[in-house]
Design a protein around this ligand. Structure first.
Ligand SMILES: [Zn+2]
Length: 168
């Protein structure tokens, strides 16, 4: 955990590490403000058609070139389901209807920070599949022929669980 080079959001003073409530946290020596690190919230949609899963190849780091589900961070004024629908629209051109909440996946392998991925299933209800600036390629895959490498941040776990029939 990085605890250096941060400045207080309240007064701009350089924060210092302090052992607080049994954890090392950053605290402002001037005003006492404490920075509580929290997990980032993201949402993803599993879109399955004719037994095949829709996946995209990432155009950007981290995990550039790996395959993942349409997904992204939840903005502060939207629900995870709203974020999921928005991300699918932005990354794929498809309009989806959320059908089920499939689960929540904690991940600690993302260089941008630990997070919780809320996974939904979705069904295309409009739009048109197209490449976006965020994707190098897209395709659908059957359980026995997944692409490699798969993206981290829980995408790899989810895609393999899907291939094993976990969401059937
Ligand atoms: Zn301060």
């Amino acid at each position: 955990m990085s605890i250096q080079n941060h400045f207080c959001l309240m007064c701009g003073t350089r924060m210092v590490p302090e052992k607080l409530e049994g954890r090392l946290r950053e605290q402002c020596p001037a005003c006492g403000w404490i920075y509580y690190q929290q997990v980032k919230l993201s949402a993803a949609v599993l879109i399955e058609e004719d037994g095949r899963i829709l996946l995209f190849q990432r155009a950007h780091e981290p995990w550039k070139g790996t395959w993942n589900l349409p997904a992204g961070y939840v903005e502060v004024d939207e629900t995870p389901a709203q974020a999921a629908v928005r991300e699918v629209r932005e990354e794929t051109g498809l309009e989806v209807s959320i059908t089920r909440l499939l689960g929540n996946y904690f991940f600690d392998d993302d260089p941008r920070g630990n997070g919780l991925l809320v996974l939904f299933s979705g069904q295309p209800v409009g739009g048109e599949l197209r490449q976006s600036a965020e994707t190098l390629a897209f395709n659908t895959f059957p359980p026995g022929a997944l692409p490699e490498p798969l993206c981290g941040a829980a995408h790899d776990r989810i895609i393999r669980e899907w291939a094993e029939g976990a969401f059937a």
